[in-house]
Design a binder for this molecule. Structure first.
Ligand SMILES: C[S@@+](CC[C@H](N)C(=O)[O-])C[C@H]1O[C@@H](n2cnc3c(N)ncnc32)[C@H](O)[C@@H]1O
Length: 244
């Protein structure tokens, strides 16, 4: 973790609304400690109720966004990035061009089916673990097959479960570190960061999702404040089965 200057502090513990490329360009180089992000998969996703995602049909943002992500990440640190398998080449090309080195691949197994084709029932999500430089292990290796709990997608059509992100944050960052999610949706990564004592920076293009994420962070902060006493530490909030 680095010493922070005033410019950096204006980004911390906020869900910023806007294009992550523009916002990351305003952030200092080497100013975040871990990136956990879930960008559009470039698959023209539409859920059962018709909700879609911005930037899910064109890849124009992919290379510049990954370039900025690599610039703002500290040397010798990691990014875990979900991606859509039908566009795997595009994602790998963008990560490599930006300066990331793939060091692992994770499967997040779901207990439910999100889509069925003539060949397969879709029951997993996937993410690459990518290094900038030569990171050292922080929290001990995690299994490369993880469980992805179902959230009900109330706040966002592709809402990831906070409880499924917490082990990843613990493995690749330290308490007090800055965790960035440049495609934060409803703020699941930021919630996991806050609940584990990390600082967070969330960026979201869509006004409604940005508001939902900001309100969610306020609710979590209030819950932590209500429960934070020596007899009710943050660990208890994290380990309850309730969804954040
Ligand atoms: C797959 S969703 C993330 C969902 C999130 N993991 C959650 O749990 O709610 C990707 C998000 O990226 C946002 N997005 C797309 N292009 C963006 C951009 N250029 N800058 C910031 N956010 C962007 C979309 O609006 C969408 O909410």
């Amino acid at each position: 973790m680095q010493v922070t200057n005033p410019t950096q502090r204006t980004f911390f513990n906020r869900i910023l609304q806007g294009d992550c490329i523009e916002i990351m360009r305003q952030m200092p180089a080497n100013s975040v400690d871990f990136i956990l992000t879930d960008p559009p998969y470039l698959v023209n996703f539409r859920d059962r109720t018709g909700r879609t995602l911005q930037n899910d049909t064109n890849a124009d943002w992919l290379r510049p966004a990954m370039k900025e992500a690599c610039r703002v990440l500290n040397n010798n640190r990691l990014m875990l990035c979900f991606y859509g398998w039908p566009r795997a080449e595009k994602f790998l090309e963008a990560w490599r061009e930006a300066g990331f080195r793939p060091v692992g691949h994770l499967v997040f197994r779901k207990s439910y089916t999100t889509k069925a084709t003539e060949f397969l029932k879709y029951q997993h999500e996937q993410a690459y673990l990518l290094a900038k430089g030569r990171p050292a292990m922080i929290g001990g290796p995690v299994a490369d097959v993880q469980r992805l709990l179902y959230t009900g997608n109330k706040l966002h059509p592709t809402q990831k479960a906070v409880m499924s992100l917490i082990p990843i944050i613990r493995a690749y960052s330290l308490p007090g570190d800055v965790v960035l999610d440049a495609f934060c949706g409803s703020g699941s990564t930021c919630a996991a960061a806050l609940l584990t004592g990390r600082r967070y920076i969330g960026i979201e293009l869509d006004n409604d999702y940005q508001s939902a994420a900001s309100e969610r962070m306020t609710r979590i902060r209030e819950r932590i404040a209500r429960r934070s006493s020596p007899s009710f530490p943050t660990e208890c909030i994290v380990s309850t089965p309730r969804r954040a």
